[in-house]
Design a protein around this ligand. Sequence first.
Ligand SMILES: [Mg+2]
Length: 287
Amino acid sequence: MPARYPSRRLAPRSYPVFLQLAGRRLCYGQCPMTLREPPPLSASAALFLDFDGTLAPIAPRPQDVRVPVWVLPALQALSTRLDGAVAIVSGRPLAQLDAFLAPLRLPAAGAHGAEWRGASGRISRQLGDPPLAVVHAARLLVAAHAGLILEAKPSGFSLHYRARPELEGECHDALFAALAAAPEASAVWEWLHGHCVFELKQRSVSKGLAVRALLAQAPFAGRPPVFVGDDVTDEDGIKAVQEAGGFGVRVGDGDSQARYRLADTDAVGTWLTAPMALRPAKEKDQA
Ligand SMILES: [Mg+2]
């Protein structure tokens, strides 16, 4: 039986519950943390990791994110121990992920799967130009309100409102209305509502599809997959690995279909670095 880690270090006993009221996010109370901490990672696993809020704490602005000191050595060691089956799966473009994690250049999916790179280094892209009416709606919001940040992506864009959380309702209504007013565009594009961000992406790409594409290739193929992510945008990836016989880990609060939960990026670091005593690969069937 593998050693278990102290649960208090990895997951709190409760998490805050928020209510959405007139566009404002209000803390309603505390709810019991019902998901368990994940078991130690098996050496036979394929590991998929979100970036913001999972490996690196979320910063007020996307460009202000700092990568904790444990991340690069841990990713390097895990990649070696898992025979290269470690990938980053993020809403950020591949180029940004590579810059944050240099000199590492891991398999990765960027822009919610609109571009992804397997272990061979070959990059696949499914790019598209976002509908102009929606871009204009976002630009109007940014022009009207200081603190909103518009971030261009290889396919789509993000509107960040972390510095102006009181504008969530207004941003939501304007952006969703702009897309809904263009039925042809609505058939191709959709909004993701993450932590203080609205992200426009093509319906034909997702973190889940990117995970499935990587799982079809060496060295990921045949390994029980594990996905770790902190946001609603990670649920597709969590669903994909659990359908493939692995498990998902939700970081922080919020509803999730994941089987396990870790409290924050520090807890992710504890979990990922502690098992440099990785579980032996012969326990492959349990991920
Ligand atoms: Mg995230």
